[in-house]
Design a protein around this ligand. Structure first.
Ligand code: ZN
Ligand code: ZN
Length: 373
């Protein structure tokens, strides 16, 4: 049951910046994502990486982890309000009870259901604009027939006679240090504190059934690759009337053949001919929301960037919008006909386009470098 150190999982140091942690996570998540990696154990690895990232990317959880290591900050004991000083205690509890929560304090207490994860692949523009969609997930739900009790109609689960409903048994052991009493999960009722004589025919006594459930998901505009959305209470059913777990939708965004995305900004490259940049031109540039006109000033160099304000991706939290960056690339013609060649020679003969006049002394520096000055 021993868990790997979160920093080790992500391969970063304890002093790593938020950005470094994010980078490491993205790289590993891509590598082990169950949709991408079909190797055995990849999913477990992916979950491990995700868990490490969830903790290390949240300043509060990170500081708790740095202080107490692998304990669940939500697992408060006796209403102590968070783990706090009980951090170490939880570890010992895990050692005794296998860490699956099976034997914790009162087995009849309501417990939250398991969280679920669903991976959704989006087209580039779907991520930019968002969409509403329906997904179908297999999950465990409370059995309707017995309303979760696991007992046949007209009967009730009985209190386990071995542990008297506590779900735990005291086991005495003689050790060199004297007699030690350990508490263990009751093996007669598996820690539930109850036994069912007449099991429900639908769920065979488990109180839960596997169902495929349709859930509508609103993908927010501006979502990015690797980000996730929490859908509250759409995870697996809770135990003993506890709340359902949450559903986490993780997004994978496909790339686009023309646009590249970096956060909220969009990048693209536009090829232009020499006459266009030399004489200036007005061109049309595709954006996410249609074509816009862009003025190219005479004398524009290759590599020049133009910024189209507000033509990027909307912020996923609704705070503004990114820009589109258009980079100019001047293309040299590969084939010229005789007529064109003649005009080019004439242009060159007139001294046209001599770089000396245009590039801020660059050729002067080049000449000096050749001379060895
Ligand atoms: Zn029992
Ligand atoms: Zn049932």
């Amino acid at each position: 049951m021993s868990k790997r150190d979160f920093y080790e999982v992500l391969g970063v140091s304890q002093g790593a910046s938020e950005e470094e942690v994010k980078k490491a996570y993205r790289k590993l998540a891509r590598k082990y994502h169950p949709d991408v990696n079909k190797e055995e154990g990849a999913e477990t690895k992916f979950k491990e990486v995700k868990e490490a990232y969830d903790t290390l990317s949240d300043p509060q959880k990170k500081s708790h982890y740095d202080q107490f290591g692998h304990t669940d900050p939500n697992q408060g004991f006796g209403g102590a309000g968070g783990a706090g000083d009980f951090g170490g205690f939880s570890d010992i509890f895990d050692m005794f009870f296998g860490g699956n929560g099976g034997g914790r304090s009162n087995p009849n207490a309501p417990r939250q259901g398991n969280d679920l994860q669903y991976t959704m692949t989006l087209e580039f523009k779907e991520a930019v604009f968002g969409k509403e969609t329906e997904i179908e997930i297999p999950r465990e739900e409370t059995c309707d027939t017995c309303e979760g009790s696991g007992a046949k109609a007209g009967t009730k689960p009985e209190t386990c006679s071995h542990c008297k409903g506590s779900g735990q048994l005291n086991v005495e052991q003689n050790t060199p240090f004297g007699r030690v009493v350990n508490r263990r999960v009751c093996n007669h009722c598996e820690g539930t504190g109850k036994t069912i004589k007449h099991k429900c025919g639908t769920c065979h006594g488990k109180g839960k059934v596997k169902k495929r459930k349709k859930i509508s998901v609103k993908v927010p505009a501006g979502i990015d690759n690797g980000q996730q959305l929490r859908v509250s209470n759409q995870g697996e059913a809770g135990v003993n009337g506890g709340p359902a777990g949450d559903l986490y939708v993780v997004f994978q965004v496909k790339s686009h053949e023309f646009f590249e995305r970096e956060g909220e900004d969009i990048y693209c490259e536009v090829p232009l001919t020499f006459p266009q940049v030399a004489l200036g031109d007005e061109i049309e540039v595709p954006t996410l929301t249609g074509k816009v006109k862009l003025k190219i000033p005479a004398g524009t160099q290759t590599g020049t960037n133009f910024r189209l304000r507000g033509k990027g991706v909307p912020n996923v939290h609704g705070r503004g919008q990114g820009d589109q960056h258009v980079q100019i690339r001047v293309v040299t013609p590969k084939q010229l006909n005789e007529n064109e060649k003649e005009l080019m020679r004439e242009f060159a003969g007139m001294g046209g386009g001599r770089p000396e006049e245009q590039t801020d002394g660059f050729f002067e520096k080049l000449r000096r470098a050749f001379k060895g000055d």
